[in-house]
Write a protein that binds this ligand. Sequence first.
Ligand code: HEC
Length: 407
Amino acid sequence: MIYRHAHFIVATITTAILIVAITDAHKPITSKYTYHQDVYPIFLNQCGGCHSADAVAPMSLLTYEDAYPWAQSIKEEVVNLTMPPWQAEYGFGAFKHEGSLTARQLDIVVEWANGGTPEGITTNHDPGEPKNTWSLGEPTFILEMPEPFSLPADVSEATRHFVMPAAFDGETMIRAVDFRPGTAAIVRSAILYVDLSGEAAALDAADPAPGFDAENPNSLAGAQILTAWLPGQEAIGLDQAGYVVPVGADLVLRLNYKKTWTYEGLEVDDQSLLALYAADPGVARVESIVLQPPTENGSNEGPLVSFSSHLSRDLDLLAILPNLEADALGVQIEAVAINGERTPVIRLASPRPEWRTRYWLDEPLRLTQGTTLEVQAILRSGSAEGNVPVSFTLDLLPVQIPTAEPN
Ligand code: HEC
């Protein structure tokens, strides 16, 4: 009796698979866009840093066989603007590494997913040898984590900080930072910050394993952040400018580790690398300011919040690092000149705070004295009583006022 029952189930499952197979094969192909000719280049550039073999996302999108079963989910993610996860809205400001898809790229992906996911003419997109060089050239300093860190078998996510072995002779100007994960499949993000308080060194010394566990230690709040790296991003180098690393400061690397299902239950080691590029001591110093809501009337009524900040001198805006919590559903900054003219600075329509990164403006934006930076944010309703979970760290250069030649 039991056996017969089992047979029945097996038979049903087989029929179900057959039906699925048949319907799939007969799904009409209406898309004029194909995987190899139209979709692949988009996946390669906008998704491939994470969705390739052994990278941080759970599946590759770089072969037809791996990608097409995900078509419906891909469509949802791109239409909802949740993938790719770092994205300033296209057309609202212009940035160095555009993460977001253009309207045309969105069209292509959606039509392909809706229209039967045609493969097109099979093409061998040979990625070539993996590049093992630093994209900005030979670094001034390469810093490696002193020892590998082991993510235990029963831990699937961790935020770990490591004090990096930087021994500078004195105050140092850094014009660029690049990062290379030791084990790309588990490193979700990397932040390098400057600790002047000694807190990180003390915490590291107190923990017998390499580094120490902390979500956000005190010294990170307000610290100068030298880089906020996400997988697939190329480093950006400043020209004739740099971030100051004062004498005696510690450089601390904050890594977020997360295993994809392929690594669940396994112990995985990581030993990541940093490349630092020094600038001449005399170059312009980047200043970071935090654009945040006034602490006074902090109560936010309703889901819409706005605040602004007035500039009392001429500045060139280089980059924006959003500091958001999950309650922020959408944020934007506009620059309003004295004459009322508005310039879009940045908009994140579906921000994902766990993918925190710095957005580099394509060209520095000149903000003249008297300009107001206006922030508008939409919050999850009922969130953040008296605490607005939105601020931005802006990297700026003071505009050099030409001085008369001394005689
Ligand atoms: C910065 C890394 C990164 C980039 C770039 C990226 N993804 Fe992802 N993606 C992930 C990770 C990691 C996951 C696993 C889910 C998670 O933990 O957020 C994921 C999950 C997904 C999923 C599965 C969601 C589910 O059903 O579980 C889809 C579909 C997807 N990504 C599509 C894309 C597409 C399409 C692009 C490019 C347009 C893209 N992603 C770019 C990292 C990335």
